[in-house]
Design a protein. Structure first.
Length: 337
């Protein structure tokens, strides 16, 4: 629900502010339209229906993977579409991979969203509604929404006002979603001004960097943003972030066969991570039509061992939702979830 617009309407009509909360609670409880908000009188429901939808987005497709991962295609009020993915973990935990933009301007070569170009920024409420929908889905499945990661479509640091406002709402106690700040992660392709802003932001959100290569030539070929923020500058900024916040930075690294997965790449990566508090997530890639292949298991293993020998904390993140194109690479959303 666009709470700014609905709040303004309610104020204009002389309705009490708690009507807004009733609408939000009804969204969480399963209402799809104002008509289903039974805590409100009929006349007000009809009046609201004529002015604003209850949801800022509408599911147009829902695909469930064999591993329990769910992918939605969502239509926004202006007819544009985004995707979001809910990843199932053990013990009833669910992680939402949330979108922050329609499309993306940064054109990473391995990413299906990058090939779409930029559409527009999402509003705060379009981001929050993804989380409300995900929480509803999780709870209907007897699970709980435990984490939200800004790794869906778009570069969140290029829409940081809305991303931070949405994060505040995800963190706020009810009728917010009540997640701890550490359960919310912003993943960036390395947009340095956003990292600087996040370092001074009071809410201790987690930061992840999509690095994906350990030298500028390889990274530049994969991620055009590297021309603007080369690896040395980016890593220096990450170290400043670690010093300023006392928090770790997560390094996301897609393993692409024959591109960035040699043990020499692992050693170069380790050199960038010597000072600072880093954890490397090695990510299995699922091919798009960008021409890349996932690393073979033996190369992945050698890469991991080389990192560990260099004293770098690392883990391999298994691919989820590949059969519904919800995994890293093929979906139109971010390649690094
Ligand atoms: S990986 Fe992220 S930053 Fe790069 S094109 Fe895809 S959505 Fe944009």
């Amino acid at each position: 629900m666009d709470r700014d617009r609905v709040g303004a309407l309610l104020a204009e009509w002389g309705e009490p502010a708690y009507r807004l909360t009733q609408g939000v609670q009804a969204q969480g409880a399963g209402a799809d339209t104002w008509e289903q908000v039974s805590s409100m009188g009929k006349a007000l429901r009809a009046r609201l229906s004529g002015h604003e939808p209850l949801w800022t987005l509408r599911p147009v497709e829902r695909l469930v993977s064999r591993d329990g991962t769910v992918k939605w295609r969502l239509e926004l009020a202006d007819g544009r579409e985004i995707e979001m993915v809910l990843i199932a973990h053990a013990r009833g935990r669910r992680t939402l991979c949330v979108s922050s933009q329609v499309g993306c301007a940064l054109a990473c070569r391995f990413c299906a969203t990058g090939s779409m170009g930029f559409g527009r920024d999402l509003t705060t409420w379009e981001i929050v509604d993804q989380a409300l929908l995900a929480r509803r889905e999780a709870e209907a499945d007897g699970a709980r929404l435990s984490n939200v990661v800004f790794m869906g479509m778009g570069e969140p640091m290029q829409n940081l006002d809305a991303v931070l406002a949405a994060s505040e709402e995800l963190h706020r106690p009810a009728p917010g979603l009540g997640l701890s700040a550490r359960q919310i992660a912003i993943s960036t392709s390395g947009w340095v001004p956003g990292i600087q802003r996040l370092a001074g932001y009071p809410l201790p959100l987690r930061l992840a960097i999509s690095l994906h290569a350990a030298d500028d030539e390889t990274r530049g070929a994969l991620m055009p943003v590297n021309a603007r923020f080369p690896i040395a500058n980016l890593m220096a900024e990450c170290r400043r972030y670690c010093d300023a916040t006392g928090r770790r930075v997560f390094i996301e690294y897609l393993l692409l066969d024959g591109v960035n997965d040699d043990p020499a790449d692992a050693r170069r990566l380790a050199n960038h991570l010597r000072d600072g508090r880093f954890h490397v997530n090695l990510i299995e890639y699922n091919p798009t039509d960008g021409g890349f292949r996932s690393s073979r298991p033996e190369r992945r293993e050698r890469f991991l061992i080389a990192l560990e020998r260099a004293g770098i904390e690392a883990s391999v993140r298994r691919s989820r939702g590949a059969d519904v194109a919800a995994a890293c690479g093929p979906r139109a959303a971010r390649a690094t979830a």
